[in-house]
Design a protein around this ligand. Structure first.
Ligand SMILES: Nc1ncnc2[nH]cnc12
Ligand SMILES: [Zn+2]
Length: 315
């Protein structure tokens, strides 16, 4: 089944490029940039990938991203991810990046964007993988800081297809970012947002009604609100679900409890994605395979999930 799932043509609509930084590349970049790391070796770092919640993961994710310093580093990160896409028949990808993770430690916006954009362009030309980059605001920071990030991005508007919202969800509702999303949409960007990963269904309502998002990232807690479920089904609003992420971050205790197939069978437009594949134990195929192993996902269900990912593309 793994090989069959791997060969299925699919799109990835929810992954963070910084979350594809494998420990081996992290160590190589630390050496290249002469950065001392707190972990003895790759195995020690990998063994630290045990999380009780989103925040514990984010603390390590932001620490890991510190090895990314030059345009070449951002290129290498993205190129390594695109190689994985090629190997798993991901024919289209819409990755996130978090500019504030880098600009806040003094890396110029154009250094980050230059490396990512060049790799995505090479991916289109050399690997035949189409793509569209999503600029994501960090929700644990202020709306003013998000506005400044949008200001920095506007001169490069052709490099993005959408804006998103990620990082620590609880205590940072979508309403906090209503004005910056209004401005981003008026500048022609599509909006998406993480909502209902750890946060309550109310955050999904806010993301839909206030941020006017076209896709819900995660959204698995929608199942707690029947009226919301009905809206998501009626309007066919896609959910970019990340099964391995949800179990690694204890949103579900075990993959056998995941609700993605229940949602699929109720008519929700759910898709399968890797989120932060270097940290959560696998890329898209591994996520599909876990659904087969623990939830008995059939070939027909896998085909519908893959078709949803192709249908839910923004570009
Ligand atoms: N799963 C996730 N949720 C929120 N922010 C993130 N940033 C990277 N991965 C994330
Ligand atoms: Zn995510």
């Amino acid at each position: 089944m793994y090989d069959w799932l791997n060969a299925l043509p699919k799109a990835e609509l929810h992954m963070h490029l910084e979350g594809s930084l494998e420990p081996e590349l992290l160590f190589a970049l630390a050496e290249r940039n002469k950065i001392a790391l707190p972990w003895a070796d790759v195995e020690t770092l990998r063994s630290a990938y045990a999380f009780n919640n989103l925040q514990e993961f984010l603390d390590l994710y932001y620490q890991g991203a510190d090895v990314l310093r030059t345009e070449q580093d951002f290129y290498d990160l993205t190129w390594a991810y695109l190689q994985r896409c090629k190997a798993q028949n991901v024919i289209h990808t819409e990755p996130f990046f978090d500019p504030q993770t880098h600009t806040d430690r003094g890396i110029p916006f154009e250094v980050v964007l230059g490396g990512l954009s060049q790799a995505l362009k090479d991916g289109r030309e050399q690997l035949g993988i189409s793509s569209g980059l999503i600029l994501s605001f960090l929700r644990h920071l202020s709306e003013d800081e998000a506005q400044k990030t949008l200001d920095q991005a506007l001169p490069f508007r052709d490099a993005f297809i959408a804006v998103g919202l990620d990082s620590s969800e609880k205590g940072h509702p979508p309403s906090k970012f209503q004005r910056v999303f209004d401005r981003a949409r008026s500048e022609g960007f599509v909006a998406v947002a993480h909502a209902g990963e750890e946060g309550p269904p109310e955050y999904i309502w806010e993301a839909l009604d206030l941020l006017k998002i076209k896709r819900i990232d995660h959204g698995v807690r929608a199942i707690e609100d029947e009226r919301l479920m009905q809206r998501i089904i009626d309007e066919q609003i896609p959910l970019t679900v990340c099964p391995l992420s949800n179990t690694k971050l204890c949103v579900f205790d075990h993959m056998s409890q995941h609700n993605i197939l229940d949602m699929l069978e109720r008519g929700v437009k759910v898709t399968v994605n890797s989120d932060d594949p270097a940290y959560f134990g696998g890329y898209v195929t591994e996520n599909f395979h876990a659904l087969h192993t623990h939830l008995g996902m059939t070939e027909d269900q896998a085909r519908r999930l893959a078709q949803n990912s192709l249908d839910a593309r923004l570009v």
